[in-house]
Design a protein around this ligand. Structure first.
Ligand code: PBG
Length: 331
């Protein structure tokens, strides 16, 4: 093997000499097929509004959503992940509004499916809808009750599938939700609805800007999601979560957050060899954009950060930078 050859027989700089050669030896590549754009839609909003902690990202009213969709299609991105910002008056303990077949997210899904070829991913979790900001239902002591939450989450997933979502993406981390949702989809004839499981989802502080964006942080207050999202210290447990979700019927698994968890992405991909997505979450994007805005970093760090996901083995990345990066990649 060449590796045993020593300098000067071996000069690794030979294959770095010109851009053409560097391109030829590139082991990984980032294309628009690797990107998914998350979108926030807001109830009752006329037009769009900026999100302070996510520079360049807006909340869209349904009447402005088509503009964003057109941009995403023009950038040749294949899919969007849609997140609703619900009217605070519609939030309750049970997250009832999540089951309304004409709710904001269902209307957005129908609109996107009608006006584009984009694949639509819809989150399954109650946090945008609950007055307490948790992803499931609480018992009398304030603990998130796994088994009672399953029924509502399964109904929510069905509501999203009926509205036309191509993928339902449980991000709630209740045990058993994949099996429950898969059974319900099969029993109701939704045999091709994909379950994209947020299988290895950590209880992370990197979700801060997202919780501001959907308005759930004030509901959650000082509460944490530590009793259902994973400990940031663990990786064996992530593989256990992924194995269970695959056995229960997940088609694609996700690791979240992304860049601080590249080791997890690599282990998941190497262990299971199934479609593996990663989520470059709001806090990761906010950090990079803040540094770029301050001119402490240049914009190309976005592409570098996304290539790290490809090296780790991710098939695809949900990133707020999708549009911006796609413009560069299409040049
Ligand atoms: C909802 C959900 C969250 C994110 C995606 N779906 C927040 C959370 O779990 O509190 C975070 C995404 C991001 O930070 O970009 N369960």
């Amino acid at each position: 093997m060449n590796a045993s050859r020593k300098f000067p027989q071996s000069r690794l700089r030979r294959t770095r000499f010109t851009a053409s050669i560097r391109n030829l030896i590139a082991e990984n590549d980032l294309t628009v097929n690797d990107l998914i754009q998350p979108i926030f839609v807001k109830e009752g909003l006329d037009g769009f509004e900026a999100i302070n902690s996510l520079p360049g990202i807006n909340r869209y009213g349904l009447n402005a959503l088509d503009l964003e969709i057109e941009k995403i299609q023009n950038n040749k991105i294949n899919a969007v992940a849609i997140f609703p910002v619900i009217d605070p008056n519609k939030k309750d303990e049970q997250g009832t509004e999540s089951l309304n077949e004409d709710n904001l997210v269902c209307e957005a899904i129908k609109q996107i499916k009608k006006n584009s070829d984009l694949a639509v991913i819809a989150d399954v979790a109650l946090d945008p809808y609950t007055s307490h900001g948790h992803d499931g239902l609480l018992d009398e002591s304030g603990y998130v009750d796994n088994d009672r939450s399953l029924a509502t989450l399964t109904d929510q997933a069905m509501t999203l599938a009926k509205a036309g979502a191509d993928m339902v993406a449980p991000s709630d981390m209740m045990d058993g939700r994949i099996a429950s949702i898969r059974d319900s989809l099969e029993n109701n004839g939704f045999v091709n609805t994909i379950i994209l499981s947020y299988a290895a989802k950590y209880s992370s502080k990197f979700y801060g800007p997202f919780r501001d964006a959907v308005g759930s942080s004030s509901n959650l207050g000082v509460g944490s999601k530590d009793t259902y999202q994973m400990s940031v210290a663990n990786i064996d447990e992530a593989l256990h979560e992924v194995r269970m979700d695959l056995e229960e019927g997940a088609d694609i698994v996700m690791v979240k957050p992304g860049m601080p968890y590249l080791d997890v992405i690599k282990s998941v991909k190497e262990t299971f060899k199934v479609p593996t997505f990663a989520y470059q979450v709001s806090g990761e994007y906010a950090m990079l954009k803040a540094a770029i805005q301050n001119e402490w970093l240049v914009e190309d760090v976005l592409i570098e950060s996304l290539l790290s996901f490809k090296r780790a083995g991710a098939d695809c990345v949900l990133t707020y930078a999708a549009n911006e990066v796609a413009v560069k990649l299409n040049q």
